[in-house]
Design a protein around this ligand. Sequence first.
Ligand code: XIL
Length: 355
Amino acid sequence: MKKSALVLLLFYLLAACTSAPGDKSQVKPTTVPTGPLRQLAQQRGLLVGTSVVYQPLRRDATYAATLAREFDVITPENVMKFDATEPFPDTYTFGQADTLVQFAQAHQMQVHGHNLVWHQALPDWITQGTFTRDQLMTVLKNHVQSVVSHYKDQVNMWDVVNEGVNEDGSLRQSIWERIIGSKYIDLAFQWAHEANPRAHLFYNDYDAEGMGVKSDAVYKLLKGMVERGIPIYGVGLQMHISIDRPPVPSDVIANMQRLAALGLKVQVTEMDVQIEIQADPRSLTERLEFQAQTYSAILRSCLAVKGCESFTMWGFTDRYTWIPQAVGHPDQPLIFDENYRPKPAYKALVQTLAP
Ligand code: XIL
């Protein structure tokens, strides 16, 4: 640019900045927020999180950069589960989980520990072993307390029991329930609390988001725990849903409110929204738009309930979602596409959080 042109440009810029107040010719720029999510969520007093998979964090710089920019809580997707942390009796391996925790600390993120007691992701020595009730109680107590103690200073939230209730509302017949009995749930919370009395302890489950047989059963279970004085802090509603019959927002709000009325905090812990529904007549554009509205409706439900403190998704990029493996066909359930471009769902969350 020529020097004279530069001077002229500077002159105009200066004039634009110093124009008299009330000068209607100056249109005030409207600032439309574009993100990042964590900044907008903080202004609303909400945590926004995602699950994290280990390999991409090491190998995919865009994955790590997007994660650090957008979220203020991470949930390790697999590396804190039983088979990863205690693959052999009394032999603990925390290396991969430690890497995730260090990443979180380096980026001022919290860690939501997932999970201590579940019927899946169990090592062979548990599933194929033979245990008396006392032996299995010792195994579980040691596991819970070793994992919670290892992260005593770094992890303040734990999914203590994951998916303990069946779809019909009965207690799941996991190895824990069969051998220890239904008391395993109370015990696990008590053991975790002994190991770290400051930690926020959660019961976490799926298909218990709206109103129905399962969410009634989860409510009853947690009410009993609160009445017995079990140290439970909150409940995680996983929110693995699809655009085919998503939960009704007013039901989600009502369910969150009755849980909050027990004195529990509520979190959305694992949201993803499937769109590859068999024989759905809608175009991809329409389905992506409906997906965006579904994300937004659940976020608004959480914002509407005083005790809802966190909104976490089960991943953020379609590149690494667990859904195709789980359902057996491709899908795009998350808020960034495979190339980290924000999808309509991302923009809908930004708009919902905007002041
Ligand atoms: C899933 C992971 O995303 C997969 O990578 C793994 O193969 C199986 O587990 N509910 C939960 C999560 O609580 O732990 C599950 O995570 C998804 C359903």
